[in-house]
Design a protein around this ligand. Structure first.
Ligand code: ADP
Ligand code: TRP
Length: 332
């Protein structure tokens, strides 16, 4: 039996943050030890919202450097830019023919915009482009093109992977054969929803993120902005439900967690001290990765070479799949 494939993508829509790392990058890299792996930068998905060419280019490098700094080994993982695999867009066209409009109407991201418009008494379609509306189809093409078995993502992407499975199933049923592998989302329980500075889901859309690779000074400053209650230094504090503690937990050993929880409950520890503890723990973890990131960002040519090699390998696989599909649907 051939080895199973893990595949995931990240959009270059802003500086990668701890939610992206814990929810997507870290579990994906762990899976790469046991699976064959395709990880990529979903730059055409970002075009729905990033309209400044310089910004899109810069953010694409940021995401690429982040993956590598976090430990992606391009000799083991097939690493590429979505736009470098144009077969993706031909497959998107094929999938469109099998995707009901009703399925797209149910997509969370689209529904959220429609709901927001309703709340503001605006036309329901205000601000909805076809890229947003058909977003799940392009994502399905990313996944199905390589016959991915598992897709490591955060919880918010689960629905998209389910839609991908739906679309694939209807095509398999239509042709009475296995045209595509049916993918499954893999969601890491403990990090499926990393909280941001304000306790809501950490997200670029909420401007509450802790970006991974800013300077150490800026990193500390961001951590000091975590929202806490107004309890004074002397008051005993409850770790459960505290935004600082929730993030601490994601990096600390059981002993470290127990020790900090005891200091919370004893009183005499201010929020500044708790945040400093969190900063030191996270910074110790991130520092070595930051060094690799900074090196790569100073030598974009290295990133280009890695992505070019990935593109070549990815295209070879993708074009084979397209030949197979064309033959089976009667377009060849
Ligand atoms: P954002 O919400 O900041 O725009 P993306 O949608 O680009 O992030 O997410 C990229 C990947 O990171 C996805 O797999 C997503 O599920 C995961 N992810 C993003 N934010 C979080 C979070 N707060 N907790 C866990 N996973 C997350
Ligand atoms: N939609 C994903 C996100 O917003 C990014 C993405 C694009 C993706 N194509 C994918 C994730 C394919 C997994 C598989 O985070």
């Amino acid at each position: 039996m051939s080895i199973k494939l893990s595949l995931t993508g990240i959009k270059p829509t802003g500086a990668p943050h701890l939610g992206n790392y814990l929810g997507a990058i870290k579990p994906a890299l762990a899976l790469a030890n046991n699976y064959s792996a395709n990880y990529f930068i979903a730059d055409y998905h970002a075009l729905n919202s990033v309209r400044d060419p310089q910004v899109l280019r810069a953010q694409t490098y940021e995401v690429a450097a982040t993956w590598i700094a976090c430990g992606l080994d391009p000799d083991k993982v097939l690493f590429y830019r979505q736009s470098d695999v144009p077969e993706t867009f031909e497959l998107t066209t094929i999938l469109m023919a099998f995707t009901s409009k009703g399925l797209m109407n149910r997509a969370h991201a689209y529904k959220a915009v429609v709901q927001d418009n309703a709340g503001k008494n605006q036309d329901p379609d205000f601000g909805v482009n076809m890229g947003l509306y058909t977003y799940p189809v392009l994502m399905a093409a990313d996944i199905l093109l390589f016959d991915a078995d598992v897709v490591p993502v955060g919880k918010d992407q689960k629905q998209h992977v389910e839609m991908t499975a739906d679309i694939a199933q209807s095509i398999n049923a239509c042709y009475g054969k296995q045209m595509f592998t049916i993918p499954e989302a893999i969601i890491n329980e403990s990090t499926q929803l990393v909280q941001g500075l304000d306790g809501r889901k950490m997200s670029k859309s909420y401007d509450n993120t802790i970006p991974m690779f800013v300077s150490e000074k800026q990193f500390r400053k961001t951590i000091m902005r975590i929202v806490t209650n107004s309890q004074g230094v002397d008051e005993p504090k409850e770790p459960e439900g505290c935004n600082v503690f929730s993030l601490y937990r994601l990096f600390a050993t059981d002993e470290q967690q127990a020790a900090l929880a005891a200091r919370y409950r004893a009183g005499g520890m201010g929020w500044g001290d708790a945040k400093q503890e969190l900063f030191e723990l996270m910074n110790g973890f991130i520092s070595p990765m930051r060094a690799v990131y900074d090196e790569l960002m100073a030598d974009k040519n290295r990133i280009n070479l890695i992505l070019e090699a990935g593109a070549e390998k990815a295209r070879a696989l993708a074009s084979k799949k397209i030949v197979f599909l064309r033959k089976n649907i009667g377009i060849s």
